[in-house]
Design a protein around this ligand. Structure first.
Ligand code: PLP
Length: 412
C-alpha cells in the first residue's frame, strides 16, 4: 500500500526527537531541506548574542576577555564538539574556517611523513579541500602532489609514497558515506596518516574519531552544528600528535605566552598551538547556541531518524514521481548514506528553483544534482511528505519550465 500523509504524521507522533524542533525558529510555511548547508536558527541565539553585545561588549568592554571568558572560547567550544565527534577534552579547537584548518593539519601530516610526497584524496571531495591541498603542495614544492582516486578506489590507491589520505566522510553531492574505520586502518597499514573532513557528519549522528584511530579532522560550524552563517570551524588533533609539529600559521594566540609579547614564536603546548589570531567572539557565542541544540539530543536517535527520513524520501519519490526523468544519485542503502538524499535531472536547477518558490528549500549542485539535506534535529516526517508532494506536482505540470526558474543566481 502506498504511503500517505497520515502515515508520515504518525511517524512524527512517535518521534522521540520531535520536541527538539521547538529549539529552533523555523518559518511555518517553509520545508527546510538545507540544514546540511546552513543549519536553522536556534531559538536561544538572538538573545545570547544580543546580551553579549549589550553587556559583555557594551558595558564590560575589553575586560570581557577575562570576565566573560572570551579568551577560553576556542578551547571551551572545542570540548563541546569533542563530545559530538568521539574525541577527548583538549583535542578539539574552534578556530578559523574549515579551509584554513585543513591547511594547518595538512602541513602537520606532511611534516610527520617527511619522506613521502603524496596527498591522496578522491574525486567526490569538496573543491575547497582539494584547492587547499593544491596550494600547500605548491608552497612545499619538492615534488609534493595531490592525487585523486575514485571514491570506491581509495583503499587500493594508498601506496608507499602516500603521506596522508585526506577525505570527507560524506560526499556533499551524492551523500555517499566512506567507511572511516576501514579507510583509516588501510592508511595506517601503508604507513600513511588520515585527515577526515566531518563537514556533513558532525551534529548529524555519532562520530567516533578516537575509535577509528583518525589522525586529524576538521569540520564546519554552520551546517549540522547550527552555528550561523560563516560560523567558525573546528579541528581535531589527538594528544599523541599535538606536540609533534608546529603548524605554520604561527599567530600570536598559538604562542606559549601570547601576553609576554616576545619577538620569537614559541608554540603553546597541546591543541592551542593550532590557534592563529583573535577569535570572532559574536560568532563563537552564536556557535555555542547551535552546539547546545545538538548536545541536547541522542546521537544514535539522530542517525536513526536521518536514515529513516532518507528511506521515506526515496520511497515517496519513486512512488509519486516516476516517469519524469529523476534518477537516484545517493546510495539506496541508508547505512552507506549521510543525512541527505540526492537525485539527478537534466533540469535540476530549474526544478529546485520551482521548489524554493513553493517554500521547499533544497539546493542544486552542478552539473545536475538536486540535493535535500535531512537535519534530523528539527525536520518532521510530514516535511518529507510536503517536499515530495510539491516535487511530484512540479514535475507533473512542468511548472519548473518558466524563464524565472532558469535564471542562475550567484549562490546555488
Ligand atoms: C562546507 C564544506 C567546507 C566549507 O569550508 P569553509 O572553509 O568553511 O568555507 C569545506 N569542506 C567540506 C567538505 C564542506 O562540505
Amino acid at each position: 500500500m502506498p504511503i500517505d500523509r497520515a502515515a508520515c504524521k504518525a511517524l512524527d507522533h512517535a518521534d522521540p526527537l520531535a520536541r527538539h524542533r521547538d529549539d529552533f525558529t523555523l518559518p511555518d510555511d517553509v520545508v527546510y531541506l538545507d540544514g546540511n548547508s546552513l543549519g536553522a536558527l536556534p531559538r536561544a541565539t538572538a538573545g545570547r548574542v544580543a546580551a553579549c553585545i549589550a553587556k559583555d561588549w557594551g558595558q564590560d568592554l575589553i575586560t570581557s576577555w577575562n570576565k566573560a571568558g572570551w579568551i577560553d572560547l576556542p578551547r571551551r567550544l572545542g570540548d563541546k564538539i569533542a563530545r559530538l565527534v568521539g574525541a577527548a577534552p583538549g583535542e578539539v579547537l574552534v578556530a578559523d574556517s574549515t579551509s584554513v584548518n585543513l591547511f594547518k593539519l595538512l602541513a602537520a601530516a606532511l611534516a610527520l611523513r617527511p619522506e613521502r610526497r603524496t596527498i591522496l584524496s578522491d574525486t567526490g571531495n569538496f573543491p575547497t579541500d582539494l584547492y587547499m591541498a593544491q596550494g600547500l603542495a605548491a608552497l612545499r614544492g619538492a615534488g609534493h602532489v595531490l592525487r585523486l582516486a575514485e571514491p570506491a578506489d581509495v583503499a587500493h590507491s594508498i601506496d608507499g609514497d602516500t603521506a596522508v589520505v585526506m577525505l570527507t566522510e560524506v560526499d556533499y553531492r551524492t551523500g555517499r558515506r566512506h567507511d572511516m574505520r576501514a579507510l583509516t586502518a588501510a592508511a595506517h597499514a601503508a604507513g600513511a596518516l588520515t585527515i577526515w573532513d566531518l563537514a556533513h557528519s558532525a551534529g548529524a549522528g555519532p562520530v567516533d574519531l578516537a575509535g577509528c584511530g583518525a589522525d586529524f579532522a576538521v569540520g564546519c560550524g554552520y551546517k549540522f552544528l547550527n552555528g550561523g552563517p560563516g560560523a567558525p570551524a573546528f579541528l581535531y588533533v589527538p594528544t599523541r600528535h599535538q606536540d609533534a609539529f608546529v603548524q605554520p600559521l604561527s599567530g600570536w594566540l598559538g604562542h606559549a605566552a601570547p601576553f609576554a609579547f616576545e619577538h620569537g614564536y614559541r608554540p603553546a603546548e597541546g591543541v592551542s598551538r593550532y590557534l592563529c589570531g583573535t577569535p570572532p567572539i559574536l560568532s563563537m557565542v552564536a556557535l555555542e547556541c547551535g552546539l547546545d541544540t545538538v548536545l541536547a539530543a541522542d546521537p544514535a536517535a539522530l542517525r536513526a531518524k536521518a536514515m529513516r527520513m532518507g528511506d521515506l524520501f526515496i520511497t515517496l519519490v519513486e512512488e509519486r514521481c516516476a516517469g519524469h526523468g529523476l534518477t537516484l544519485a545517493c546510495p539506496r542503502d541508508a547505512t552507506t548514506r549521510g543525512s541527505q538524499v540526492s537525485f539527478r535531472h537534466p533540469q535540476g536547477y530549474a526544478i529546485v528553483q520551482a521548489l524554493v518558490a513553493r517554500g521547499v528549500i533544497g539546493d542544486f549542485r552542478a552539473p545536475d544534482i538536486l540535493r535535500f539535506g535531512l537535519a534530523p534535529l528539527y525536520l518532521r516526517y510530514d516535511d518529507i511528505w510536503r517536499a515530495t508532494d510539491e516535487l511530484a506536482g512540479i514535475l507533473a505540470t512542468r511548472a519548473w519550465d518558466q524563464e524565472r526558474f532558469h535564471r542562475r543566481a550567484a549562490v546555488t
